[in-house]
Design a protein around this ligand. Structure first.
Ligand SMILES: Cc1cc2nc3c(=O)[nH]c(=O)nc-3n(C[C@H](O)[C@H](O)[C@H](O)COP(=O)(O)OP(=O)(O)OC[C@H]3O[C@@H](n4cnc5c(N)ncnc54)[C@H](O)[C@@H]3O)c2cc1C
Length: 413
């Protein structure tokens, strides 16, 4: 059978997998990447270790894509976590499953994932064109005819897989041109918003604690009246506010609340395992053990050193006050601070600092059985440029690989 000419735009995980699948099906494939190398964002993923997927079962996996699960079901039926893990393991890369079913290469190096993909691209005889940026597509009678490259080059083809990513970490190459092109062609675009993103606080004190990580704290997100979410985990202070796994996971929900014009407060419970009463008893015990100590030294037993200054400032207690002189009221203020350290959220950091982009090409304009556009025949979408995103845990990369696989296969048929 005559092979089709397929152009894949974007050398991230989605584009590479689309090209590999089309190559395996003996199509004539060109992969176009505007950077001088492939997979820049992939290399940064999982703090350089690449959490490539999650080993949980299908329904739990789909729950991570609220409201988008139905769209992804067909994709995952075709190529899911087991198939992705097999893909790498059959090519000699050993994988391991860590806490919360997160899957990583045993090497702990994202470059080992990229190496397998690059080797497979070469074995599938994919033509790679680097430093080429697609600026537009030629369409006749609503059907793809080719891709236009910056500088005037035109490449004719039968199908295009567009996998240019979202808008986050733009320096890796994902700067949103693919979304602009899709929009020009008539696709609805759900406004791009930052997902998995640090948050800015109205208070300035986090800057004093920049870099300080707090493990096993409870973070409550409230609108000032009721608690919306309350979760235990790890967070970190930044120059402008807060970040860390717990904050990133809740950032989408918090950003939605702010977008609705609501106020959002974060309350930190630094001692989730202890009641107020127990903390009071611990303070009293510390004070009695060494009554000549000053408060800023006594608090060292209960707080990270860098937080002590903030605590005694909020409690309006002079740091050199002797613990034997601390009043019951002052102790009570300290206890409340341990359980409810409050800050108001101003907003998310800019999208370029977000780990994923929320929004993208509307699911209404993509056929979930093929990833083909419902507007232009022969145009397929894959990866983060589609309006799907999830929490951390390997879900986003699996979605990129799965939609890439399906788009590459469908474009070949
Ligand atoms: C710091 C960080 C850590 C992350 N860690 C994880 C993790 O551990 N696990 C996980 O599941 N997810 C993780 N993610 C998310 C995950 O990396 C992305 O969801 C994924 O890379 C999306 O893949 P993609 O192929 O759709 O897009 P991208 O990886 O963004 O690739 C798009 C490619 O298209 C190219 N391109 C763009 N426009 C054009 C054009 N006009 N012409 C030619 N080429 C173009 C870009 O240069 C880029 O190479 C992380 C993200 C970040 C930022």
């Amino acid at each position: 059978m005559h092979s089709k000419k397929i152009i894949v735009i974007g050398g991230g995980p989605a584009g590479m997998m689309a090209a590999i699948r089309a190559g395996q099906l003996n199509q004539d494939v060109i992969l176009i990447e505007k950077n001088p190398s492939l997979g820049r964002k992939l290399l940064l993923s999982g703090k350089g270790r690449c959490n490539l997927t999650n080993a949980c079962e299908l329904n739990s996996f789909l729950e991570r894509f609220p409201k988008k699960a139905q769209f992804l079901r067909d994709t995952f039926k075709k190529f899911f976590n087991r198939e992705l893990m097999d893909f790498f393991e059959r090519r000699g890369l050993r994988l391991k499953v860590e806490r919360q079913m997160r899957v990583f290469p045993v090497s702990d190096l994202s470059s080992s994932i990229l190496d397998v993909l690059k080797k497979e691209l070469s074995e599938s005889k994919i033509k790679l064109l680097y430093k080429r940026e697609m600026t537009d597509m030629k369409i006749e009678e609503n059907k793809i005819k080719g891709a236009l490259i910056r500088g005037g080059e035109f490449l004719a083809c039968d199908a295009i897989v567009l996998a240019t990513g979202g808008l986050s970490y733009g320096f890796t190459g994902s700067t949103g041109e693919g979304l602009d092109i899709a929009k020009r062609l008539g696709h609805r675009i759900i406004a791009a918003r930052p997902g998995l993103v640090p948050l800015e606080t109205k208070e300035a004190y986090p800057a004093l604690l920049e870099g300080l990580a707090l493990k096993h704290i409870r973070l409550r997100f409230t609108d000032g009246k009721r608690h919306v979410v309350s979760e235990i985990g790890e967070m970190m202070f930044t120059k402008t506010g807060i970040s860390g796994p717990l904050v990133l996971s809740l950032s989408g929900k918090i950003t939605d609340w702010l977008d609705y014009g609501r106020k959002v407060f974060i309350e930190l419970d630094l001692k989730p395992a202890l009641s107020e009463e127990k903390i009071d008893q611990r303070l009293l015990r510390e004070f009695r053990k060494n009554p000549r100590r000053v408060i800023k030294n006594a608090l060292k037993e209960l707080l990270p050193q860098r937080m002590i200054g903030v605590f005694i400032k909020f409690a309006k207690i002079p740091g050199d006050k002797n613990v034997s002189q601390i009043t019951q009221k002052e102790r009570k203020t300290l206890v409340v601070l341990f359980k409810t350290l409050r800050m108001e959220i101003k907003g998310p950091r800019p999208i370029k600092e977000a780990m994923v982009t929320r929004g993208g090409v509307s699911l209404k304009d993509i056929d979930p059985r093929t990833m083909e556009s419902r507007i232009v025949k022969g145009l397929y979408f894959a990866g983060e440029m589609i309006d799907v995103d999830a929490d951390t845990g390997g879900f986003n990369l699996q979605a990129a690989f799965s939609t890439g696989y399906l788009a590459g296969e469908s474009a070949s048929l």
